[in-house]
Design a protein. Structure first.
Length: 646
């Protein structure tokens, strides 16, 4: 009830405020502005209904009885978006003095159509991006679009039908746009000034979205609806505004510094795993969620080669990515920095902070460090991040010898050709070396070479056939490697950057949406098996590699070596909520400081999540909540003070 009264007057009594203003000021021209504003709100409500309808399978398991609340509170965020994106229109609309309206009406109509169409466009884009990221896009959307390796033309070609929907919206907005008076209008000076001041103040409050000290942010939706409905309740412009305005978080003092460090100390050392220094190869698979891997499921899926390799590897079935985009995974994997901001660390204001990655420590011990990625050089800022975090050789599409012949037409080099090239590069290296390769064919638009279209025919989802192709490319890669003597002293770590589309509602739950494969293949060095007793995540990879390499120097990490007996958890930032996973438990902390823990074993749909805790589980919740607070506080304060390093 408190939240209801706090926010109700801003969007839902907007009409009453405006009517009262016009009643007492006799500024009738404001009636037209009101009609147009309400029409804009109606358009955005239609967008929200379209968003929910199109993505309905992805909300399966969320409480259906909350849909009216989603639509009701969604108006709150729509008002905020309209104030920002229609600012020029509002300004012209509220100028009350004697002006020739005929020309002004045309200009206002164009400004209204352009501004509202831009909001619609952003919402339509997220109808597809949501399938990959399971959240609305923030300011990183513009940074992604400006990436030269990510041409907009490819999205237009693959999602042409969204363009048609946009054009239909533009046409209807322009045609249905409520008309205004013709000729001249004259309003008394006192009435016009009072109306302008009051409405301007109302617009100011609408832009803030709140009468409280803090302005409305997208994650405030979690206070109104179930967290699984947050992305439907907000809109894409609101998420962009929030992610832009919250790039610099505030200092956190939930715990004393001493208490936080006693709960979780990121400065650590590891025990050497081997007497000699092995070669270490890290393979990162684009968009490979656990859902696609047969060895992590109860049925055959789309990875027959990985399934066979898993039988010879040490597998960690309870592994979680740090985020839902590639840019969030690289800092987590290479520098053990989780993704706990509205935007990826690579795009944040902290991107120039001093950090030390895996390669920083390995290079000091004589390791040759390299990173291979078949996309255009500079793609997603990987090269700059890796160079900032330590000495490393970066090889992109520029260094690939046959880039024109093997270009996939979208992102870069086909996985099969690139992994064969990478195998050849590894065979040239002298140990010890640490090398990583990032695949890319299983990225949207999920194209595969023509010669394989009759072979890889999985049709459940577009990504499945590209997963089949990449799995085959991995088979050929290892076949080449096995012909050499390289495997005798080489460890292969295979993981993914993040999951992607799924038909199973479980993989859109708070934990399921982050589940990825992680296996270590090292014949003669590491015993094969399944370790399902621990929770693993991207930040654990760095301390694990340093342990393998026998690094004795202390380092800063948000993970723990997979070979240590220490307790480990996975931490994520999910739609404005910070969550900590200790499989099968997940605790989520809300913006108001409250926290909720649920228990969800694998394959359990949303509808069967356990929220009622036993006394023993309640104690576990308190422990996990303290760990969550400590980790998040150390992370945010470390960013602000440039102390995410030893």
């Amino acid at each position: 009830m408190e939240n209801f009264l706090k926010y109700l007057e801003l969007p839902h009594l907007f009409c009453i405020f405006a009517v009262l203003i016009m009643k007492f000021t006799k500024a009738n021209y404001l009636f037209v502005w009101l009609k147009r504003s309400l029409f804009a709100l109606l358009v955005l409500s239609v967008c929200r209904i379209l968003f929910i309808s199109y993505l309905f399978p992805y909300f399966n398991g969320a409480p259906m009885d909350q849909i009216p609340l989603v639509l009701f509170w969604g108006v709150l965020f729509d008002v905020q978006a309209l104030v920002y994106f229609l600012a020029p229109f509002h300004l012209l609309s509220l100028v009350p003095f004697k002006i020739n309206l005929k020309s002004r009406q045309l200009i206002m109509r164009i400004l209204f159509t352009l501004g509202l169409s831009l909001i619609v466009l952003l919402n339509l884009i997220d109808m597809e991006f949501f399938k990959i990221k399971t959240r609305r896009s923030g300011i990183e959307l513009f940074e992604l679009m400006s990436d030269p390796s990510n041409p907009i033309s490819s999205y237009i070609l693959n999602y042409w039908w969204l363009l048609l929907i946009l054009l239909a919206f533009v046409f209807l907005i322009y045609k249905i746009y409520p008309k205004g008076p013709e000729g001249y209008v004259s309003v008394s000076l006192p009435s016009s000034i009072s109306a302008f001041v009051i409405v301007a103040a109302l617009l100011f409050l609408g832009a803030r979205g709140s009468v409280s000290v803090k302005p409305l942010r997208s994650f405030d939706a979690a206070s109104f609806v179930d967290s699984r409905w947050v992305s439907a309740c907000i809109n894409s412009p609101t998420q962009i505004i929030t992610s832009y305005s919250t790039r610099t978080p505030k200092q956190i003092d939930w715990l004393t510094d001493e208490k936080a460090l006693s709960v979780f100390n990121p400065v650590q050392t590891v025990s050497p795993s081997f007497k000699s220094q092995p070669n270490i190869v890290l393979i990162i698979l684009e968009s490979f969620g656990r859902d696609y891997c047969g060895f992590l499921n109860k049925e055959k899926r789309f990875t027959p080669f990985l399934d066979s390799l898993a039988g010879l590897s040490l597998v960690f079935p309870n592994t979680y990515s740090s985020g839902t985009t590639s840019m969030e995974s690289i800092p987590a994997i290479f520098a053990s920095i989780p993704s706990l901001l509205e935007v990826p660390y690579i795009n944040s204001t902290f991107q120039s902070n001093t950090i030390h990655g895996i390669h920083y420590y390995l290079s000091k011990q004589g390791y040759d460090c390299s990173f291979y990625y078949g996309a255009r050089n500079g793609s997603m800022g990987f090269d700059n991040f890796l160079k900032i975090s330590g000495p490393i050789s970066y090889y992109g599409m520029n260094e690939y010898p046959a880039s024109k012949k093997d270009f996939d037409g979208h992102w870069g080099i086909w996985d099969e050709e690139y992994l064969q090239y990478y195998a050849g590069e590894l065979l040239k290296k002298k140990g010890p070396f640490f090398s990583s390769v990032f695949t890319l064919t299983s990225h949207d638009p999920y194209q595969i070479p023509d010669r394989y279209k009759s072979i890889f025919t999985a049709s459940e989802l577009p990504i499945h056939k590209s997963v089949q192709y990449t799995d085959y490319a991995l088979r050929r890669f290892f076949q080449t490697i096995w012909k050499s003597k390289l495997p005798q002293n080489t460890i292969f770590i295979i993981t993914a950057d993040h999951p992607s589309h799924s038909r199973n509602e479980y993989f859109y739950t708070p934990t399921g949406k982050y589940e990825i494969p992680l296996m270590i293949y090292a014949p003669g060095l590491i015993k094969a098996g399944i370790n399902d007793s621990i929770t693993a995540s991207h930040p654990d990879i760095m301390p694990t590699v340093l342990s393998m390499a026998g690094i004795k120097e202390s380092f800063f990490s948000f993970g723990r070596s997979l070979f240590s007996g220490e307790h480990r958890t996975a931490i994520n930032y999910d739609n404005g909520l910070v969550q900590l996973i200790d499989y099968p438990r997940c605790i989520r902390r809300y913006p108001n400081g409250s926290s909720v823990m649920h228990i969800q074993p694998k394959y359990t749909p949303n509808s069967k999540i356990i929220f009622k805790l036993s006394p023993e589980e309640y104690k576990h919740k308190q422990q996990l909540d303290t760990i969550l607070q400590a980790k998040y506080q150390i992370y945010i304060n470390g960013l602000l003070n440039n102390k995410l390093k030893k």
